[in-house]
Design a protein around this ligand. Structure first.
Ligand SMILES: *Cc1c(COP(=O)(O)O)cnc(C)c1O
Length: 390
């Protein structure tokens, strides 16, 4: 059911298959294996002469419904779901890279993605180079030499820096590289990297796609040939597979994604303006605000500003901690994309390990707070922020 309806409809119906019982809701197939009618059918399955589920490490009907639904929303030819977002990133990279390859990545990556590129890949003889994602000249210089793969995140965590997807994809392709985009912050609804030149899109489904703080999950989307010939053998033989139960929860999460993301975006845009006007706040980063350093790019590349707001309070770590400890509604948590609003202090948590020098390069000062806006009444969130910043 590829691309028959608009994304909001695909979120509800995409990929649904029904058993002979005609159930309305997606069936949950909690099974590790499958039985065959006879030995001949088993043989035909293994030779590929017929299509039959074999083993849930590499195929399960509930997981397949999720994969088909995600592909339909993204406008991708194919998708494979994984147990976590990091399993998705790892599979997208390691399924295709080999010793001697070169990777170029934006510096502002999710912590574990940064670790894979800077620490894991070099162990296998894959060299890596980081650039400031918002600076096209750095991309141009790094991609003047041949590269196998480009990895980037836009908007980035936590400073909401934008990368020009179309321009970087063009440079990357000229260098012979495949472009992998971590689209978690934008969600599949606000930004479609494949239409802007990306080859592969990865998600942590743990974030907005579940969106209710329940399960971990991930997804890799791309062309059918690449998914079937490059990604699928890697997943089949290394086993980063998604549990059917988690796939079922993610299917139900997708059904409300449009409503949840739209509501959280509206609240986030409003809170960004409220924060920008507050005397205790030095600066606010929100992609669709006119004072965002890459406002024009954000407006061209995204259909809304997203569910995350980053701001800096005057007075550094002490002031940031004081504000966070005064929240009564907003919870202190390093997770994001939940119905519950969550605040984190990146310098001492998610971005502690990258060190002070790298944080300074990324603009993550000790006064920076990252807010993941949930679905509470926005008036209550405004009051909570006002009280905390008091
Ligand atoms: C959370 C996150 C990941 C990792 O996903 P997990 O599901 O936690 O493994 C990767 N990239 C970004 C941008 C994220 O926010």
């Amino acid at each position: 059911m590829s691309h028959r309806f608009r994304p909001a409809t695909e979120l509800i119906h995409g990929g649904t298959t029904r058993t002979p019982h005609g159930e309305t809701a997606e069936a949950l197939f909690l099974t590790s294996g499958y039985v065959y009618d006879n030995a001949e059918q088993a043989e035909a399955t293994f030779t590929g002469a017929i299509q039959h589920y074999q083993y849930s490490r590499f195929g399960n009907p509930t997981v397949a419904m999720l994969e088909a639904r995600l592909a339909a929303i993204e406008g991708a030819e194919a998708c494979r779901a994984t147990a976590t977002g990091m399993a998705a990133v790892h599979a997208a990279l390691l399924s295709q890279l080999k010793s001697g390859d070169r990777v170029v990545a934006s510096r502002a990556l999710f912590g574990s993605c940064h670790w894979i590129v800077s620490t894991l890949l070099p162990r296998y003889g894959i060299s890596s180079e980081f650039v400031d994602g918002g600076d096209l000249e750095q991309w141009r210089a790094a991609l003047a030499k041949p590269a196998a793969l480009v990895l980037l995140e836009t908007p980035s965590n936590p400073m909401l820096e934008m990368v020009d997807l179309r321009a970087v994809a063009e440079l990357a392709h000229a260098a012979g590289a495949i472009v992998v985009v971590d689209n978690v912050f934008a969600t599949p609804l606000l930004q479609q990297p494949l239409t802007l030149g990306a080859d592969v899109v990865v998600y942590s489904c743990t974030k907005h796609i579940d969106g209710q703080g329940r399960v971990l999950g991930g997804a890799v989307l791309g062309g059918r040939k690449w998914v079937e010939e490059v990604l699928q053998p890697f997943i089949r033989n290394t086993g980063p597979s998604l549990s059917p139960f988690n796939a079922w929860l993610l299917l139900k999460g997708l059904e409300t994604l449009r409503l949840r993301v739209d509501a959280a975006c509206r609240a986030a845009a409003e809170l960004a303006d409220v924060l920008a006007a507050h005397p205790a706040v030095r600066r606010v980063w929100y992609p669709t605000r006119a004072d965002h350093p890459q406002h024009a790019l954000a407006m061209a590349q995204m259909s809304a500003g997203g569910t995350m707001v980053t701001f800096e309070v005057a007075g550094g770590k002490a002031a940031a901690f004081r504000a966070m400890n005064r929240f009564r509604l907003i919870a202190v948590s390093n997770n994001l994309g939940d119905t519950k609003s969550l605040a984190t202090h990146p310098a001492t948590t998610t971005h502690m390990r990258i060190g002070a020098e790298e944080r300074a390069r990324l603009g993550i000062t000790d006064g920076v707070i990252r807010l993941s806006v949930g679905l509470e009444d926005v008036a209550d969130l405004r009051e909570d922020l006002a009280r905390a910043l008091g």
